[in-house]
Write a protein that binds this ligand. Structure first.
Ligand SMILES: C[S@@+](CC[C@H](N)C(=O)[O-])C[C@H]1O[C@@H](n2cnc3c(N)ncnc32)[C@H](O)[C@@H]1O
Length: 312
């Protein structure tokens, strides 16, 4: 398989250190690093900066659940300066890649201990506790006929096995938040009393559903950062959302170019303002699928959410 390296430092604004070269073959989720503002981690790192600048958090242990190529751990070292990091992923080959990328960074970067674990959500952590647990996990249940392909390529970045989630409230299930809910419930036992969960969440539904997610999982939350990004892997993801558009449930997209034009030059302080500005351009994922088939790009709102268990 052809290997190619991308510079992940483009995802870290105001970074002036050496290049952060990450392996970028087609199974390693780094395809759009050259277009950083459309990469999830651009937003996650902005959220990490808000955390660093507005909270006096002493971060000993940082965990990333579902690390993919490990760039989130590198960003955490650069921005949050933890004393140790644990990276996990469901897919063993993702962890191999993360280990390569992080080790390459550590030749010149920060040399803190890194623990590499394979497994579902927080399960591999056992009873270990962390000050920050970051996660960017998939939302769409994989179709039964494709279940045996979950660990191939980058399928696990967009889809999860519905057999791994249990007792999810119906309103969250309908909005495809079952894996997020399961993660939040699990993470409670792994977070230190002063600690925080950070999730990167595409918001394709009304904001009140986000509140319901955290309420039902037993957390208080805030929006650390938000923005508008292009839908990556559109050929897999958009039909995935469109399949679940029924009984009045809609997953909202926006035509990418028009949305970027609408937002150009505007300073937006709150995610509801962003939603209001984009409201006239809203389309369903069923419509987005049609546009995407014609080669048009679509985008969605992205949020970086910080949450603490209510019982702490
Ligand atoms: C979208 S990538 C996220 C990559 C990176 N952490 C980021 O924030 O951009 C999703 C990753 O989630 C992993 N993943 C999917 N389901 C998971 C699960 N149940 N537990 C752990 N990792 C999972 C996939 O293998 C993939 O590497």
């Amino acid at each position: 398989m052809k290997k190619r390296f991308s510079d992940a430092s483009t995802l870290l604004e105001d970074y002036s250190g050496p290049l952060i070269l990450v392996d970028g073959d087609e199974t390693s989720y780094v395809s759009n690093i050259e277009d950083p503002k459309n990469h999830w981690l651009y937003y996650a790192f902005k959220g990490f900066k808000v955390l660093k600048n507005h909270y006096s958090l002493d971060i000993n242990h940082f965990v990333t659940i579902a690390t993919g190529p490990g760039i989130d751990a590198i960003g955490a070292m650069e921005i949050l300066n933890p004393e140790r990091i644990t990276v996990t992923d469901l897919v063993p080959s993702a962890i191999d890649r993360a280990r390569e990328n992080i080790s390459r960074y550590q030749l010149q970067g920060k040399k803190i201990p890194i623990n590499y674990l394979v497994g579902n959500l927080c399960e591999p952590l056992g009873t270990d506790k962390a000050d920050i647990i970051y996660a960017n996990i998939p939302n769409i249940p994989i179709e039964t006929r494709k279940r045996n392909r979950l660990m191939e390529g980058i399928t696990a970045a967009s889809f999860f096995d519905p057999n791994t989630v249990r007792a999810v409230p119906q309103c969250l299930n309908k909005h495809l938040l079952a894996l997020q809910y399961t993660f939040l419930k699990q993470a409670k036992k792994n977070i230190t009393p002063q600690g925080m969960i950070i999730i990167n969440l595409g918001v394709r539904f009304p904001l009140k559903i986000v509140k319901t997610l955290f309420d039902l999982a037993g957390y208080k939350y805030e929006i650390l950062h938000f923005g508008f990004k292009k839908q990556t892997e559109p050929q897999d993801t958009i039909p995935g959302y469109a399949r679940y558009e029924k009984d009045g449930i809609i997953f909202t997209y926006y035509p990418y170019k028009q949305a970027v034009q609408t937002l150009s030059g505007k300073t937006i302080q709150k995610v509801d303002e962003l939603m209001k500005l984009l409201k006239p351009l809203e389309i369903t994922s069923t419509k987005a699928q049609k546009l995407s088939l014609k080669g048009e790009e679509v985008g969605h709102i992205v949020t970086v959410l910080g949450a603490k268990p209510k019982s702490h």
